[in-house]
Design a protein around this ligand. Structure first.
Ligand SMILES: [Zn+2]
Length: 200
């Protein structure tokens, strides 16, 4: 097929590689930006450019932040004895919105998934082990991965590893107050608040 616009094809190809976007939605977004909303397209380019230059992983908790150490880790008024392990910054935001948790976090940026070829070594967990070994203030690791096979595998791995790396640290998991198959990100704030309090 003759390409009408190699530039458009290249843009669609870049978009469709993003998570959650198939070829049809990639085409729709590209066509919309170019035919109706060029100003937004340019804003998107500059926001992306700025984010790529400024955003990094927090040295302590691995979340995405503009600073070397994120504002949550740097906040001395928070409870530094608890570390809540979440899959992504989006899950961290959900828990923050409940305003019921005042401890710290560790953000995995993924889950162990043999199907997708993601192993424990891909999750930068060394940072967490280092923290548990070097910071005696930490008393509890609260695992808040979703109740899916990948979330379970990840929780199981972390619980076992904490027991050997830092046996003095208690490991708990966000209780199952959440409907099966629902990802943390989509759970409403009250359910999470309840789950945090009901954890075992
Ligand atoms: Zn941090």
């Amino acid at each position: 097929m003759t390409s009408l616009s190699p530039s458009l094809d290249e843009l669609v190809d870049a978009l469709r590689r993003l998570p959650g976007l198939g070829p049809r939605s990639a085409s729709r977004i590209a066509e919309h930006l170019l035919s109706q909303d060029r100003e937004r397209a340019l804003k998107l380019v500059s926001a992306l450019d700025r984010a790529v230059k400024n955003v990094k992983h927090c040295e302590l908790c691995n979340t995405l932040t503009d600073d070397a150490v994120c504002p949550i880790c740097a906040d001395t008024s928070r409870d530094h004895s608890k570390i809540c392990v979440v899959e992504s910054p989006a899950d961290q935001r959900v828990i923050e919105e409940t305003m019921t948790y005042r401890g710290l976090y560790f953000v995995l940026m993924g889950l162990i998934s043999p199907v997708k070829g993601v192993g424990a070594e891909d999750l930068r967990l060394a940072k967490l082990w280092e923290r548990l070994k070097s910071d005696p203030a930490v008393r509890e690791v609260l695992i808040a991965t979703p109740y899916t096979p990948e979330g379970d595998a990840t929780a199981h791995f972390i619980a076992k590893a904490v027991a050997s790396v830092a046996p003095q640290v208690r490991v708990t998991r966000l209780a199952r107050g959440i409907p099966a198959g629902v990802e943390l990100e989509y759970t409403d704030a009250n359910t999470i608040a309840g789950a945090i309090f009901a954890r075992r």
